[in-house]
Design a binder for this molecule. Structure first.
Ligand code: TRP
Ligand code: ZN
Length: 508
């Protein structure tokens, strides 16, 4: 959706044309090669994530799912448009396909590890509308791609939830945050089960022994944020601030389920708090889902995050809810341009926890900054992660979260509260429903503060050791004396527990 991809591509080709002494013959060859699209969208970490040559506007996904056998059968209709001439194109997909149609005509296709390569009967021209229909069935839990097996079966169902990888295990598409689209998702399951998804519930229709749940996400969404969860749930529907609220907790969630339900009820309250700091809530529905399963993390699925029950093992935990809901602004509405920009998601969502703690007198953000500093000695590996570009498969290193939040607190100290709070809001507003990169954030911070922040951000984001505790790096003038006195904030254990679960992702 949108024209960013095309603009970027054209700009790149323009640069290439200037730099390379292309003869006419070479130019002709490279144009021919180009009509095959590309197997990746150009993410520096993941060569085959996303695809080049087209842009998706809408996904219409229809799947049926049987928990006992993990059999998924589906048809996905993609509305897209070509952004260059195409004799063939790729979709990211791992399940076995039985037919592909493009603009109503049967197309030929081949399937590799992660790529479905489609050759339409008639070549597409730049700008052409593309209607692609793919029919498939398979057992997602049996499929590993690039060493990754993200499919999660729960006690009584499934949770199609993952980052960066999950979409390719249940629908074909352009699986990269840079190609956002709207979604209609229909999930057919046995009548005894519930199926949750993003956005609003359009309808719920029974036919014989099954029922189809139709969910609609009408605001552009990154593919990894699309989800469905199946199982037995207690579903609560209400309204808050003019929006539908749908939360779901596993029916046999036990003690953890009760804590989860109590915290999920605070979803509108948390969103109201975050709106004050980040600007208007970007979506048309809200909620959350807590399945009866220990998959070890939460994910910020658009409008409706999904939480593992382990977050409530030791009692209430509002902080994980604050974290996932902060991602609705930072991650979901403003999405990474490339996966290396992940600090813009995880650093910000962690900093939101500190803001909540500060507001509720559980310890100020400055206290969390000091405590985090004290938790990681100078020689700790923690300080070796360059969080502004942490490396492929290292996006969820704990440092991206904790050093990431420290960076924002240091920035707040360095540029002052008024400029900092304008920055958080303007960042969300300027890139709403779009994508953005770390260098763009740095540029906006410099513009709003009127300061040169090059060495500040170098120290915090791009240096493989601990930043010096100087005022230029955003440490308070009395940092040494102050941090020697800091005591454990009350919220520390909830936040640490949340972090400990998420940190297990480091080893994925
Ligand atoms: N973005 C998630 C969070 O911090 C964490 C996460 C990273 C994740 N990778 C994942 C969740 C894979 C699920 C699956 O809230
Ligand atoms: Zn997060």
């Amino acid at each position: 959706m949108g024209s960013r991809a095309r603009v970027r591509r054209t700009a790149l080709m323009g640069v290439a044309a200037l730099l390379l002494p292309l003869g006419a013959a070479q130019a002709a060859t490279s144009e021919q090669v180009d009509t095959t699209g590309t197997r990746g969208i150009g993410d520096p970490y993941y060569a085959d994530y996303g695809n080049g040559g087209y842009d998706v506007d809408h996904y219409d996904i229809r799947v049926s799912y049987v928990p006992r056998t993990d059999r998924l059968a589906g048809t996905t209709r993609i509305r897209a448009h070509a952004i260059q001439d195409l004799t063939r194109f790729n979709l990211d997909f791992v399940l076995p396909v039985s037919s592909v149609r493009v603009n109503g005509q049967r197309a030929t296709y081949t399937q590799g590890r992660h790529e479905l390569v489609v050759t339409p009967r008639r070549a597409l021209r730049d700008g052409d509308a593309m209607k692609v229909e793919v029919t498939y069935r398979g057992v997602p839990s049996t499929i590993r791609s690039d060493g990754i097996k993200p499919w999660i079966r729960t006690d009584d169902g499934v949770a199609a939830v993952g980052e960066p990888e999950i979409a390719a295990w249940w629908f074909p598409g352009n699986d990269h945050p840079r190609d956002k689209a709207t979604y209609d998702v229909r999930v057919e399951v046995a009548r005894s089960l519930e199926a949750l998804g993003n956005g609003v519930l359009v309808s719920k229709a029974a036919h014989g022994r099954t029922r189809t749940w139709h969910w609609r996400e009408a605001t552009p969404m990154a593919s990894y944020l699309a989800f469905f969860v199946v199982g037995q749930f207690d579903i609560t529907r209400s309204r808050a601030d003019g929006l539908p609220v749908i939360t779901a907790v596993a029916s046999d969630g036990g003690k953890e389920g009760r804590f989860a339900a109590a915290d999920l009820k605070k979803t509108p309250k948390v969103i109201r708090f975050e709106s004050r700091h980040f600007g208007d809530y970007p979506f048309d529905a809200m909620g959350g889902v807590a399945p009866a399963a220990d998959f070890g993390f939460a994910l910020e699925n658009q409008t409706r995050p999904v939480y593992t029950r382990g977050f409530w093992r030791f009692g209430p935990n509002i902080y994980v809810i604050v974290h996932e809901l902060a991602h609705q602004w930072y991650g979901d509405s403003v999405s990474v341009d490339n996966w290396r920009d992940i600090w813009l998601n995880e650093g910000f969502a962690t900093f939101a926890e500190w803001l909540w703690s500060e507001k509720h007198r559980d310890g100020s953000a400055a206290d969390h900054f000091d405590m985090t500093w004290q938790s990681y000695p100078r020689r700790s590996d923690f300080w070796k992660v360059t969080i502004g570009d942490p490396g492929a498969h290292n996006e969820f290193n704990g440092a991206v979260y904790d050093r990431g939040a420290m960076t924002l607190q240091a920035l707040r100290t360095r540029i002052g509260n008024p400029a900092f709070s304008t920055l958080l809001k303007d960042w969300a507003a300027q890139h709403r429903y779009a994508n953005a990169s770390v260098p763009e954030f740095i540029a906006l911070a410099e513009e709003i503060s009127g300061q040169d922040l090059t060495s500040f951000f170098d120290a915090w984001l791009y240096t493989a050791h601990r930043p010096a505790a100087t005022e230029a790096n955003g440490f308070p003038a009395d940092f040494g004396a102050r941090s020697a006195r800091v005591t454990r904030p009350d919220s520390w254990s909830q936040i640490r527990h949340t972090r400990a679960l998420l940190a297990r992702l480091e080893a994925r």
